[in-house]
Design a protein around this ligand. Structure first.
Ligand SMILES: [Zn+2]
Length: 468
């Protein structure tokens, strides 16, 4: 097996990838030429290639689009750990974006840092941090936690925000523990959907019904929360169904496109089928398929919505295979293991931006027989279309050269090899069947064989494309 090789010369193309296997039924191997970050040539590998500054020989390996993670929380810090390497304001974006690239993810749709203060201030801070540090492309999502944020929508859209997330579950003490997350009631959601559509933006909703979650959590707390099964009972699937149904209904009434994020059950899928709103989309996460309440990870496995029982995890897999989910987010959180020690106080959230693509490919393509073409829709193309990044998510002429060269085989996940500042992984010890050998962002080789060449590379701040 030949390793990917790099040659540096100054002429012609920016990058040439030789002998690439691409996701068509075509058995040919292609030479892919890149100039100014765009794929400008694709020739069969018996044609003499043009000279290039950098040459990678994929040697027949898959070359697929870099993943677009539609849901990450880089720089949503646990402030008491800011002093630890990689977890502070000056390095979290740098470290976590490298971890993402090592896992083949070239674009993160990342949430501006939550809080009840100004959304615009949080967004501008996020742009500054990502601009200074991020090695990957970043598109920020905004959020609406109270009606002051709703009033900020027109100015935020002027400045390039195109997506606004609302929360339905978090109230009282739970909201305070999560850094001041606020939820909107149904009347406020109506106003928010109207304001979003008036500005030409779209909505995202964390759909778990606050009334049901509140009552269920109190009941489980009284019994003594001590297992992932108990945590699951405290946020039952009916809460997701109820909320997803309401969110899609209200969004349709307002004529506002809405994505239900991190779908964890069949209830949200049933709600979409029933409401039938063409402007709705469903995002899910790989952890709802490959982890469950039976995973031996203790309170580190707390996440909201919760991991479900193994039977439901299998049903989610079947729904994904049947095309019921549109795209995936990692819901990557950067809270260290120290915040995940006790059942009651443990913060909900899992790390995983650097494992999303390898785990999805392993689970869906290598273990369940999904085609690579279908996997590319789920890991990049559908999200690109949904969020206005039309030239991402395909290996074709005229597309942006965010690419991954895949290695196939068997490799065990080890926390220490993940290039992240987060010191645990719920996937530790699991076996991957495919992972990136090299990752290319905007035509630059930003990850190769465990190394990050071009450390001065910075990804694109994609919101700038949408400034008015
Ligand atoms: Zn999230």
């Amino acid at each position: 097996m030949t390793a990917v090789r790099t040659e540096e010369s100054d002429a012609g193309l920016q990058l040439l990838i030789l002998n690439a296997r691409i996701a068509t039924h075509d058995p040919l191997r292609y030479n892919i030429g890149v100039r100014d970050g765009i794929i400008v040539s694709m020739t069969s590998n018996d044609v003499d290639p043009a000279p290039a500054h950098t040459v990678l020989d994929a040697d027949g390996r898959w070359v697929i689009p870099g993943a677009i993670d539609t849901h990450s929380h880089i720089n949503q810090r646990a402030f008491e750990y800011d002093h630890l390497p990689g977890l502070g304001p000056d390095d979290n974006f740098a470290v976590e974006s490298q971890g993402a690239l090592a896992g083949g993810c070239t674009t993160a749709l990342n949430y501006a840092q939550f809080g009840s203060a100004s959304l615009l201030a949080a967004y501008r801070d996020g742009l500054a941090a990502a601009g200074a540090q991020s090695r990957m492309n970043v598109l920020f999502h905004g959020y609406l936690m109270d009606m002051n944020h709703v009033e900020e929508i027109p100015q935020a859209v002027e400045e390039g925000l195109t997506t606004f997330k609302m929360f339905m579950p978090y109230r009282g003490e739970e909201a305070r523990n999560l850094g001041g997350i606020g939820s909107l009631n149904h009347a406020q959601m109506r106003d928010a959907f109207a304001a979003i559509v008036a500005s030409g933006a779209q909505a995202l909703v964390h759909a778990e019904d606050g009334d049901i979650v509140d009552a269920s959590m109190q009941r489980e707390s009284a019994l003594g929360l001590d297992s992932l099964a108990g945590w699951e009972r405290s946020r039952p699937t009916v809460a997701e169904g109820d909320a997803a149904w309401t969110a899609m209904y209200l969004a349709e009434e307002a004529g506002c496109d809405v994505t239900i994020v991190h779908v964890s059950s069949l209830e949200a899928i049933r709600a979409r089928d029933a409401v039938g709103f063409a402007g709705s989309a469903l995002e899910s996460c790989v952890h709802y398929m490959v982890l469950s309440t039976e995973s031996d990870i203790g309170p580190e496995g707390k996440v909201a919505p919760p991991l479900r029982d193994p039977e439901l995890a299998e049903q989610i897999t079947q729904a994904v295979l049947a095309g019921k989910i549109d795209f995936f987010g990692s819901d990557h959180n950067v809270w260290p293991a120290a915040t995940k020690q006790e059942w009651e106080s443990s913060k909900p959230g899992l790390p995983g931006i650097g494992l999303m693509l390898p785990l999805l490919l392993t689970h869906l393509v290598y273990e369940r027989g999904m085609s690579m073409e279908q996997a590319i829709l789920l890991t990049s193309r559908n999200a690109a279309v949904r969020f206005g990044l039309d030239r991402k998510g395909a290996v074709a002429l005229g597309m942006e050269a965010d690419l991954v060269v895949l290695e196939e085989g068997e490799r065990q996940i080890k926390v220490g090899e993940l290039h992240t500042a987060v010191d645990y992984s719920p996937y530790d010890g699991m076996t991957l069947r495919a992972w990136p050998l090299a990752t290319i962002c905007g035509g630059t080789v930003v990850y190769q064989d465990g190394e990050f060449p071009h450390d001065d590379f910075r990804g694109e701040l994609l919101n700038n494309r949408f400034r008015r």
